[in-house]
Write a protein that binds this ligand. Sequence first.
Ligand code: ADP
Ligand code: ZN
Ligand code: ZN
Length: 733
Amino acid sequence: MFAQVIVDIIHVEVDKIFEYSFSEHDGVKLGSRVIVPFGKKMIEGIVIGIKSTSEYPVNKIKPIFKVLEDTPVLTEETLALTEFVCKSCYVTRACALRLLLPSEMRKGKIKEKYTIFYELASDINVDQAISQLKASAKKQRELLYFLAENGKTSSAELSDAFGRSAVLALLKRQFIYELKEQVVRSPYKQLDEQRKRVQLTAKQLEAVESVENSEKGTSLLFGVTGSGKTEVYLEIIDRTIKADKTAIMLVPEIALTPQMLKQLRARFGDNAAILHSGLSAGERFDEWWRLRNGSAKIAIGARSAIFAPLTNIGVIIIDEEHDGSYSSESSPRYVTSEIAKFRAEYYGAKLVLGSATPSIESYNNALNGKYNLIELPERVNKKPLPLVEIADMRNEIRRGNNSFFSSILKAELSECLEKGNQAMIFLNQRGYSKTVVCTECGHVQKCENCDVSLTYHREDDSLLCHYCGAKYKMISACTECGSKFLRYGGTGTERVVEELQTLYPNARILRMDRDTTQNKEGHYKILSQFAQRKADILVGTQMIAKGHDFPFVTLVGILDADASLFFSDFRSSERTFQLITQVAGRSGRAEEAGKVVLQTYQPSNSVLKHAIAYDYKNFFAQEVSIRKATAFPPFADIVRILISGEDEEKTLEVTHQLHDKVNLLYTQKRDIFRFFGSMKAPLKRLQNKFRFQVLLRLESNHKEVIDELYAISNAFNSRSIQISFEVNPNSLV
Ligand code: ADP
Ligand code: ZN
Ligand code: ZN
């Protein structure tokens, strides 16, 4: 027999299928992880095909060295999915395969965990045994009594309580026996709590049934914040499990997974398994296997959980489907909903996209009949959406208020705190100040490796590059002119906390951003402190914007609503609208009505106006007409070919060559292209590499042309020049 194997090397040159021989007793199956000889080395690979004959001469074919697990890690479906990822994300097979396996599995870094237990020998009588011990053997006596009472106990626990020598002595006499058992490392143990079940409202039930009965594979659940979408998801999952199928539940942020896991565990117990990068390697490995071997039937996680090793999938739910985090920012740049569609179609499963602010693409698909549209226009408790007040920051400055808090926000905060309620303050900038500027010569401190200004972090008194992660010591004088007069430009969350603490010395303030959530379960710790009302104010970046349900929050402050409007990105209006709606949705979710203060320098901006009126439909109409008129997605496809290299001249030269090759295609198919140009990337240098780009916009539905563009670009990949090929990228920096 012959196996077709993909080896775990991601170079383009090795993107081939290799054949190895095996005999039937070797246990090689489709999807097995194997070790094979490759050149002079042994490396890991995956069996993607099995055949009885090979075209290669038999003496050239080497045998498979070893099969790593009895259960194949991949299934027919996930193998097909790998092919799909290669073709749609323009990556090698090995690269696509890595999405489907937990990284700790590769190179055998993590294995199952076993623990030693001890148990009383079955044939002994405790009293008799004790009578045979020396009178002085007090610990041994106690240990035997303990085991007689408590049964099987771990070695660690026994050694702690009675000492290792007592354990060894009893073992020698064969009064106790050793057992080795696998222990499943399970994350968030503290989450097991009971929650009371709610009775679905008629609207919610209608939504559940609409998903079930729709002829269309994809349903868009468009429900305002607090409309009870989560309960709808839970009910759909419940029915799916009862029908003996499995489910994938995705949330946009790792920070939101514990909260969702809690609800899933309360209802489905151990059937829920969580997959995300914040777990320990061992936990992730064990959770992955629980899903693979069927002992868990519901996968929950952020983006990457879409690759959960489930079979017989009945439903895939993507909560807050509009969220940018569902598009991967590094290669392979997959779009989660496309992976979801592939898997749902394969199994005939339902796909549910939920949002209070659907992406332009999704709502467009719902309006033109591709998706089943379900609306939940009211909050469950019929409470109105919180009132949004605009603070015009230009007026504040005119009035001499130079702090980052408007007078309205300060007044509202004082009132909120006095009443003993909680507030959330949102600012999408971590660190203390965005930049450090010299007041003498105007020099801005920049990263040595990137064309980016450095952010000051007061906590560890350092300057940090938010693009490459480089860390520098804070300067005491300007590196250009030596002046000691430095100014902090732009505000970050650390500085907001500092000023709030001065304004409200008694307030207990928590901060949640990437810096405070580095530790294991870090998100969870901050959120649960806030939920238990151990703090009055939560300051945070977009991490706090989504999904959280804190009943005592009655005020939300959005410090810089304009920040995302200025990005040179066709999605910037959409992002701003979504962000404001999401953040505002955190306020007034329970008894007391909520309020939102939105600080801006352009109060008459139409995006902001629609957002504060919660007017999605008019925002959508406006945005769609702009995108149509200017030929942007979903009415066109953007292709960006990014060329980067350490040698600026050489990189530029390759850019020219690539441009000329693309130009041939462009002149042949002139009518398909709406735009074609080459230029420096907005971020000109990153991690010591110069960056140029070829940008194209094409009429939609021309995958064949995009494939051709990929083939052209890929040929320019080399050791010194990297080409990255992106279709409708999420960010164009
Ligand atoms: P969304 O996800 O749409 O923002 P949630 O699912 O978080 O909304 O629901 C908002 C609040 O309403 C939650 O506190 C939830 O427990 C509660 N809730 C949802 N459905 C019901 C129901 N049928 N009866 C009572 N309370 C409900
Ligand atoms: Zn200076
Ligand atoms: Zn940098």
